[in-house]
Design a protein around this ligand. Structure first.
Ligand SMILES: Cc1cc2nc3c(=O)[nH]c(=O)nc-3n(C[C@H](O)[C@H](O)[C@H](O)COP(=O)(O)OP(=O)(O)OC[C@H]3O[C@@H](n4cnc5c(N)ncnc54)[C@H](O)[C@@H]3O)c2cc1C
Length: 613
């Protein structure tokens, strides 16, 4: 077919559509200053049908004739921020994500991952270079059709919206900012009280850091512990948490965390998310680390269950929707939010209450380094949207903050993928080796000492060397192989070559280590516990380095999850829970306590916000 004819056809068709899909009554009723401008006027259509924009996915489809015109991908002239219409079109031709997953099976499948279901347009964009969302966190060799190598910048300075004017105003009962476990739990709780809830998520996918949690959730006195005769109770959990936090925690909040933890496990069971598997966690007197009964990772499991429930119960969940400002009245009470929608621009939602469930700031290195200069330039395990927006939003309406400089680093994150390498790998027999092929520390010492030691090595990283027994005994090693992050050799010579480190040094290090295992004494670094000698038949190594993992500090809240201002008063209409708040963990968080916090304080925030008069 003649090219000119196609373009003409597109223009004519889009004109017809534009006229047919005039803005609905509802839209005009609430429309404030600028009315929605159709994106399908002839001029726009033309600019999207040829030239630079046509080089991307839309152009590929249109040139091949697989999509005839703009309406093949756009069902209306108004593009909703969640891009639901467009994705329905992709799916109508290509099938669902699960269908796609069958065509791209492999070790690493872009269409099937721990992130669960998401929009096609999270990765495949229409008019810009596509980019796989996985590459925000992993260094995969993952090409995508019409793809580009541009790096996404997720940080944005929210102060520029201080005087922004909304193009329209909506109304609801409760706005929840963020779709991690805290936000979902708060939303489900408020919905159960008959409230209307809008959930806003700035990223193209839901889930936050919560969805990445691999371990478990701490709870004391649960029926699952009782069934195993574990004599744990809320008082012991309270004491462990205070001790772990070096006693600077807010004891009132810790009391709630401990007392409510068993109820939170029951609440999860009531929404079909049973955590019946129990393990021992760091800093705990008894096993209280609860994971899915199936043995799966806790984050993806909870996220999927919470999402399912929130949708069933009728929340309006919007992705690509960033809260950029809190709206206040003359008394300083919070009365709503300003949202920047990816397509719809800046709009306002008036609400009786706003719940900040926006997470921490671990991925905002500038902010982290302002509190902990030694963490400057250190990588993070956090999802890239973890930029501390909630801190900015809260403090801009007068909120107080606590413990901001308390930031947790984990000594061993896999280089190239944000997988926190568990101590179990070393405990089962792995050793640290630096680029000179030498050990430099006891592998089983505390996290802060380990972090400092690794950062002093060449390249500010090191290797964990292990063999087949460790591979077999530690389940987590499977992920390292699956991610392609393991270097290996049939001999230490081969492994050293793979790692580009001196083979003689590596062989001497392993030989000396093995003699010390026989003697049962680490004469070099005082490691107190040896599982086994390192003896092959295969030798493996992964590269690890410290990472910024968790922000203990944040907005100050009271026992009702109400945000407190700098004069110690409640800010009416504003609630917060989860990693955006401070006080629960003091100077150091115990593993498993933050998921526990999200469910417990999410429930409280949802309940309190729903009962606000
Ligand atoms: C790799 C990893 C493993 C972990 N493992 C464990 C574990 O085993 N056990 C445990 O207890 N804890 C673990 N943690 C910690 C725990 O997962 C988090 O601290 C917790 O889930 C935080 O939950 P949240 O709901 O407060 O915030 P998040 O889950 O981070 O959710 C916040 C959401 O708000 C969104 N948001 C931010 N700003 C805005 C804005 N302006 N507008 C709209 N949306 C916004 C974010 O994009 C995000 O989706 C782990 C953390 C990581 C990173």
């Amino acid at each position: 077919m003649n090219k000119k004819l196609i373009v003409l056809g597109v223009i004519v068709l889009t004109l017809i559509i534009t006229m047919a899909v005039a803005p609905s009554k509802e839209m005009t009723a609430v429309a404030a200053p600028a009315a929605e401008k159709s994106v399908f006027d002839a001029k726009t259509a033309n600019s999207y049908a040829k030239g630079k924009k046509a080089a991307y996915l839309s152009g590929i489809h249109m040139k091949a004739g697989t999509v005839e015109n703009c309406e093949g991908c756009h069902s209306s002239s108004v593009i909703d921020d969640s891009e639901k219409d467009i994705n329905a079109k992709c799916e109508s031709c290509h099938g669902s994500l699960a269908d796609m997953a069958k065509t791209t099976e492999g070790e690493v499948n872009p269409h099937s991952s721990h992130l669960g279901t998401m929009n096609c347009t999270t990765c495949h964009t229409g008019h810009t270079p596509s980019k796989s969302y996985c590459l925000n966190c992993h260094e995969f060799d993952m090409n995508i059709s019409a793809g580009g190598k541009v790096k996404t910048e997720w940080y944005e300075d929210l102060s520029k919206y201080a005087n922004a004017k909304p193009v329209r105003v909506e109304k609801t009962d409760i706005v929840v900012v963020g779709t991690g476990a805290t936000g979902f739990t708060a939303a489900i709780t408020a919905l159960s009280k008959g409230k209307k809830v809008i959930m806003l998520e700035k990223m193209p996918i839901v889930g936050g850091n919560s969805q990445l949690a691999a371990g478990g959730m701490n709870a004391a006195g649960t029926r699952f512990q009782k069934a195993k005769k574990i004599p744990d109770n809320a008082d012991v959990m309270f004491n462990d948490t205070m001790k772990g936090g070096k006693n600077i925690n807010n004891p009132d909040l810790v009391r709630i965390l401990a007392d409510q933890s068993s109820k939170s496990i029951e609440w999860l069971a009531s929404i079909n998310a049973e955590l019946g598997f129990i393990a021992m966690g760091g800093g705990a007197t008894y096993p209280r680390f609860h994971g899915p009964t199936s043995g799966d990772f806790v984050g993806p499991f909870l996220s999927a269950k919470l999402r399912e429930r929130v949708v069933r119960d009728g929340a309006d969940v919007r992705v690509n929707s960033k809260v950029v400002k809190l709206v206040t009245n003359a008394q300083g009470d919070v009365t709503g939010v300003l949202v920047k929608g990816k397509h719809s621009g800046i709009y306002q939602i008036d609400a009786k209450a706003v719940i900040l469930a926006s997470g921490g700031f671990g991925a905002n290195n500038k902010l982290v380094a302002s509190y902990r200069p030694d963490a400057k330039g250190v990588q993070t395990s956090n999802q890239p949207g973890t930029q501390g927006d909630g801190i900015v939003l809260g403090t801009s309406v007068g909120a107080a903050t606590v413990d901001m400089k308390e930031i947790q680093l984990n000594p061993t994150m896999l280089v190239g993928s944000p997988v926190i390498v568990s101590e179990i790998v070393r405990g089962a027999g792995g050793i640290f080796v630096n680029r000179d092929g030498k050990r430099f520390i006891s592998e089983l010492t505390t996290r802060d000492v380990t972090t400092a030691a690794i950062r002093k090595q060449k390249g500010a990283s090191c290797f964990i060397v292990f063999d087949d027994t460790v591979r077999k005994n530690v389940k987590q090693t499977g992920a390292f192989f699956q991610l392609g992050k393991v270097k290996q050799g049939k001999s230490l010579d081969e492994l050293a070559k793979e790692l580009s480190i001196p083979a003689d040094a590596l062989k001497a290090t392993v030989a000396r280590f093995n003699t010390m295992v026989e003697k049962g004494k680490d004469e070099d670094f005082g490691r107190h516990n040896f599982a086994q000698k390192i003896q092959g038949p295969n030798f493996y190594a992964i590269e690890v380095k410290p990472a910024i993992h968790y922000c203990m500090g944040g907005l100050k809240i009271d026992e009702k999850a109400r945000v407190i201002n700098t004069s110690g008063k409640v800010i009416k209409g504003l609630y917060a829970g989860g990693e955006v708040t401070g006080g629960v963990h003091g100077a150091n968080r115990l593993g498993g306590n933050s998921i526990s916090e999200t469910i417990t304080f999410g429930r409280i925030a949802g309940e309190q916000a729903a009962s606000l008069k």
